[in-house]
Write a protein that binds this ligand. Structure first.
Ligand code: EPU
Length: 428
C-alpha cells in the first residue's frame, strides 16, 4: 500500500488546471451502453473510478481506445462476455457501477447488476433507482445479492424521485437512461439538478434522446427507438476545484484555478467570501487568495442538493472551519453519518464535536502533523488538506481512497509548492 507524506506549512502558489468531473464522467461512460455506435469522450479524468468503469464496460462488451486526449468507446464485436451482467467483483469496487442498470435494461431489456453494499458513510440505498425503473415496466427481483431486472417493453410513466434526503443523482441518471428508449413520455419529478446530471442529459441529447428540463426538478423525456454515437466533452470537476480552494485557503496561499465552471461553484464561493477567503472570478478562472486561517470568520453551513453547498466538500470545509476563528457548525443534510474524517482531524488537534448530523467546530491553535488514515475519498482529501496546513509531518494512509477520485493530486499539489510525496506504507 501507499501513503502520502506531507510536510505542512508551504503556502500554495501558482496555476492549476481543473480536471474533468469524475461524477459526470461515470454516468456518461455508462451511457455509451445505449448505442452500438462509437462514442468519443473528451476531458475524462484519469483516476481509479474511471478505470473501474472502463473495466466494467469491457465486461459489458465495449472496447475503449485512448487516442491523444480522447476516449473512444466502441462495440467489441469479438467479446464473449455476458453483455448484460455487472458482477460483484467490479460493483464492490465502486458503488457508482449501479448506473449501468438503466442503460442495460434499456438496450437489452434485461440486466443483472450486483447490489452495491453500504459505504463508509452510511447505508446508501438504491430504492429510488428501482422504484423509477419499476414504474417504466421493469420487473425487479433480488437473487443472491444481485438485482435481476427484465422488461418486455419499457413504457413512459410519471415518476417522483423525491427521497428522504432529497433527489438522487445517480437515481435520476439511471431512470432517465432507461426512459430515453421507452415508448411514450416519461416525466420525472424531483429530478436531480446537479451539473453532472445536466451534463449527462445534454450528452444523451447529442445521442438523439429527447429530453426537456435538464437542470430543473422536472425532466420530460420523449422515448426514441434508437440512440447514435456522439462526441462529448465532460464538464470540469467542481469538487476537485473546491478541494484546491480549501487547500489554498488553509495554507494562506494564492492560486489560480483554470478551466473552472464558476457557475457550478456559486454556493461554495459564497461561503468563501463570507468567511474572508479572497475570491475573484473571470472567464473560467477563479483566483483564491488565502490568509492566515485564524483570520477567517467561523461559519454555519448545511450540505444540500445542488445548487446548495455540496456534501462532497463538507469534509474539506470541516478543515477550513477547524482552523477558522470562533465557532463553526456544519450540518450534513445528505449523508448524516459522513464524518469519518473527524476522529482523524481530532488527532491533529481539531476541536470537533459531532452530534447526529451536525459537527460543531471550536477554535484550535492550529493543527499538528500526525499519522492518519483515509476511510473514504473525500475524508482522505480533507486529511491531505489538513496535512498541508499542519505543523510538521502528516502521513495519510489508505490513499487508494483518494486515488479513486482525484487525478494526479500529489503532482498537482507539488506544482503549487506543496511538499507531498508518495511512499510505500509498511504499516498496513
Ligand atoms: N438515496 C436514497 N435512495 C436512493 C438513492 C439515494 O434514499 O435510491 C439517498 C442517499 O442515501 C443520500 C441521498 O439520497 O442520502 C442522495 O444520494 P444520491 O443518490 O444523490 O447519491 P449518488 O447518486 O449515489 C452521487 C455522487 C456522490 C455524491 C452524491 C450526492 C457519483 C458517482 N456519486 O452519489 O459522490 O456525494 O451524488 O451529491 O456521482 C463522491 O464523489 O465522493 C461521492 C460520494
Amino acid at each position: 500500500m501507499k501513503k502520502y507524506v506531507i510536510q505542512g506549512g508551504a503556502k500554495l502558489h501558482g496555476d492549476v488546471v481543473v480536471s474533468g468531473s469524475k461524477n459526470a464522467a461515470l454516468p456518461i461512460l455508462a451511457a455509451t451502453l445505449l448505442t452500438d455506435d462509437d462514442v468519443i469522450l473528451r476531458n475524462v479524468p484519469r483516476l481509479k473510478d474511471v478505470t473501474t468503469m472502463l473495466a466494467l464496460l469491457a465486461k459489458l462488451g465495449k472496447k475503449v481506445i485512448l487516442e491523444d486526449e480522447r476516449l473512444i468507446v466502441q462495440e467489441d464485436v469479438g467479446s464473449r462476455s455476458v453483455r448484460h451482467e455487472a458482477t460483484y467483483d467490479i460493483v464492490k469496487q465502486m458503488r457508482a457501477s449501479i448506473v449501468v442498470l438503466g442503460p442495460l435494461v434499456a438496450r437489452y431489456r434485461q440486466a443483472i447488476v450486483s447490489l452495491p453494499g453500504g459505504c463508509a458513510f452510511g447505508p446508501r440505498p438504491i430504492d429510488l433507482h428501482l422504484k423509477g425503473l419499476a414504474a417504466l415496466g421493469v420487473k425487479i427481483e433480488m437473487k443472491h445479492g444481485d438485482i435481476h431486472a427484465s422488461a418486455r417493453n419499457l413504457k413512459g410513466a410519471s415518476i417522483d424521485l423525491m427521497g428522504e434526503f432529497g433527489s438522487s443523482v445517480l437515481g435520476t441518471d439511471n431512470v432517465a437512461m432507461a426512459a430515453v428508449l421507452a415508448s411514450g413520455e416519461t416525466v420525472i419529478e424531483n429530478a436531480a439538478r446537479e451539473p453532472e446530471t445536466i451534463d449527462l442529459m445534454e450528452m444523451l441529447g447529442k445521442m438523439g434522446a429527447k429530453i426537456e428540463g435538464a437542470g430543473t426538478s422536472t425532466l420530460r423525456i420523449h422515448g426514441v427507438k434508437k440512440l447514435h454515437g456522439c462526441d462529448w466533452t465532460v464538464i470540469p470537476d467542481r469538487i476537485e476545484a473546491g478541494t484546491f480552494i480549501a487547500a489554498a485557503a488553509v495554507t494562506g496561499g494564492r492560486i489560480r484555478l483554470k478551466a473552472c465552471r464558476t457557475d457550478h461553484l456559486e454556493a461554495v464561493l459564497d461561503v468563501c467570501r463570507e468567511i474572508g477567503i479572497g475570491i475573484s472570478e473571470k472567464a473560467g478562472v477563479v483566483t483564491v487568495t488565502g490568509k492566515k486561517p485564524s483570520a477567517y470568520k467561523g461559519f454555519n453551513l448545511t450540505t444540500m442538493p445542488y445548487p446548495k453547498f455540496p456534501t462532497d466538500l463538507q469534509s474539506l470545509f470541516t478543515v477550513v472551519g477547524a482552523l477558522s476563528k470562533g465557532i463553526s457548525s456544519l450540518r450534513e443534510g445528505i449523508y448524516p453519518n459522513r464524518w469519518s474524517h473527524v476522529p482523524e482531524l481530532a488527532r491533529m488537534g481539531a476541536q470537533i464535536q459531532v452530534e447526529n448530523e451536525t459537527a460543531i467546530l471550536g477554535e484550535c491553535k492550529g493543527l499538528d502533523g500526525a499519522s492518519v488514515q483515509a476511510s473514504d475519498l473525500r475524508a482522505g482529501a480533507a486529511l491531505v488538506v489538513a496535512g498541508l496546513a499542519a505543523r510538521g509531518t502528516t502521513e495519510v494512509r489508505r490513499i487508494y481512497h483518494v486515488d479513486r477520485g482525484y487525478e494526479e493530486l500529489p503532482e498537482k499539489l507539488r506544482a503549487l509548492g506543496a511538499h507531498i510525496t508518495v511512499e510505500s506504507d509498511t504499516l498496513v
